[in-house]
Design a protein around this ligand. Sequence first.
Ligand SMILES: Cc1cc2nc3c(=O)[nH]c(=O)nc-3n(C[C@H](O)[C@H](O)[C@H](O)COP(=O)(O)OP(=O)(O)OC[C@H]3O[C@@H](n4cnc5c(N)ncnc54)[C@H](O)[C@@H]3O)c2cc1C
Length: 372
Amino acid sequence: MQHIVIIGCGVIGASIAYELSREPQFRITVLDRQPPAQEATGAALGVLMGIISQKTKGRAWAMRQASMKRYETLIPELEAITGKDIPWNRQGILKLLFEGDDRAKWGRLAEFRQSQGWRLEQWDWEMIRSRCPQIQNPRVTGAVYSPDDRQVDPTKLTLALVEAAQQNGVTFRFNANVTQLRQEPSTADRFTCQQVQLENEMLSADWVVVSAGLGSMQLTQTFNQPIALQPVLGQAMRIKLIQPMGDLHFQPVITGEDIHIVPLGNAEYWIGATVEFPASDEGMVNLERPQTDLLETVWQGAIALCPELAQADVLHTWSGVRPRPSNRPAPIVEPIANYTNVLLATGHYRNGVLLAPATAQMVRSMLLDHLR
Ligand SMILES: Cc1cc2nc3c(=O)[nH]c(=O)nc-3n(C[C@H](O)[C@H](O)[C@H](O)COP(=O)(O)OP(=O)(O)OC[C@H]3O[C@@H](n4cnc5c(N)ncnc54)[C@H](O)[C@@H]3O)c2cc1C
């Protein structure tokens, strides 16, 4: 049996663990220095902008499409295995358009998606008013409604993936800080990593999957080609109204000018998120003191889209840091060059929840291809 060691238990590591746990030839151990879903995953809003994304070809679209398809089976599968509900909004995403937005571009995308078997509807102002009367902003000129896009609670999803993987025999070790990936020469120009160094012990591995989010950077520092990730801060908030906005039976995610309004039920909503770059590529954003004025700008932007929100109580605010690859597109899902047995699954930046199922499928295929 091949021993696969997965480092990191955010939504990416947990998705990989569950996907691999369905393969009998793997023995799997997941290591995390914290409990699951504490870093980027715990901050995410879980908006899955797959079909409504402007990506139409190559890996970027293939991963989006694969994820959207897999989510439809994954959520009921996990709910059946764990016996727990995973908050999963199947009412789609409504993207608002403003003066200056290229309506023709969205029309072309809608036609193209139709040819691919997906739906995108173009809405005029009348349609917006009748379906989502909570939107009252004179600058909104129309909308694109994507009924096939979704939203999921990223923390509950990750916990369900962990529980389901555990039931399939995966070992999870939390409070397990990986300090180093030990490398040895394998051939003249290649290395192998058969030992994972924890604080007080060494763990042997046939394959190592690095899905440690921003922590992946430090883990690959000793390698020939360390990966470079930039931390991009995001702040968000949870708010509560006296009653839900708009039609009780139609509560899609509303997104406009990069602000998401995510219905949670019980008249509560997530609102977010800021996108805050560090001063330099290598710089760290200040997580201890996020700039509250930037979150306030997002909040006021949300109120400008749905004025009823001004009556809401803010229940709490939080921040997290997205792992963004420097100088290359997100995400990084590939073997490390010059290593025989290390795979990277990291750098998912703003779309880690969206791309988690496709990432897990890619890692599974890479491992199975190598073992063939
Ligand atoms: C505010 C905000 C909103 C977002 N909204 C969305 C959204 O709507 N949709 C979407 O798709 N994405 C969204 N994202 C992005 C998404 O959160 C990330 O892309 C995704 O969570 C990355 O997952 P991950 O598992 O790679 O990383 P993480 O969740 O950061 O997990 C990495 C794990 O690795 C562990 N680790 C690190 N180093 C080590 C080590 N040396 N040893 C052991 N363990 C280690 C950490 O403890 C952590 O648990 C959002 C992000 C933020 C911040």
